[in-house]
Design a protein around this ligand. Sequence first.
Ligand SMILES: O=C(O)CCC(=O)C(=O)O
Ligand SMILES: [Fe+2]
Length: 308
Amino acid sequence: MGIPMSADWNGFINLPTELEEELISIGRALPAWSMEGAFLADSTIDRYRTHLASVPQFTETAESLRAMLGADGPGYAVVRLGNIAQALGTKDEFQRLATAVLAEVAVPFQPFRRWPLWKELGTNLSANPGMSTGVGYNAFHMDVVNGTEPPDYSALLCVRPDPLGAGASILSDARAAVMRLTPASRALLAEVAYTYGAFYELSDVGTEYRPFPVLDHKPADLGFVRFTAKMLTESGLAAEHAQAARELADELIAGQVSFTLQRGDVLIVNQHRCVHGREALAAGQYDVAPENRRLLLQLFLRDCSRPR
Ligand SMILES: O=C(O)CCC(=O)C(=O)O
Ligand SMILES: [Fe+2]
């Protein structure tokens, strides 16, 4: 189906005020979630669905969200829950509501077993600037690129944007970028010649994939464009493979969109389709108190109905 009217072209979903009010009440009523292994428990999913199903207007939002993430949409969506965060805060009640909304897309899960379901990505002035908690440019990547079964969707909830106004999210349609490459570059990217990073203490993302091809031969909704720009500098690729990956990186940047997440925004990325990253935070983070620095929460989703 097409994208319903409440969704605009650039992937943002704004909720009507009455729906926000209903969701605030639901957020106050949702029970704590339970996990079954790394996955949100079926019993929780059923209870959360039942609550959301009591709000008929929500059905359209869930449809918009799924349409945006699918083949006819941009492959990402931002659900704007800022007014709901204003009412509920960004702790348990809000996180339950956000989890319930995401469970309408696929099953929330926790590949990093050491961390909570929603993993904090704060701002760490001593971290490598290009890493998730660093203050620099976090170049285009997909999450868990080196697992044989990466999460189908990656979600980022904004608790606090960079108070200095930077740190925009960047998104790019990796399938479209690949189509703009030459057949020779695509052939190089299809070779099992790429590596990136370490793989440990991860659940339910398959096994370590090393080396991997950037392009697989799977249908677009099942395969991935296994790319992270970090492999250009960190992985010691052969010259011709590195060159093809650089061309892909350039096309990803040429096709990028960017926007700054606001408090209460939930960005969901279909990893089969889009890569994501972040612009640098503003200079001057030392002058911002740690408790006021940018903070996101990250969660992954598994589409359990997908063949693999
Ligand atoms: O900081 C961000 O906006 C993105 C972080 C990210 O993509 C990651 O940690 O994987
Ligand atoms: Fe990421």
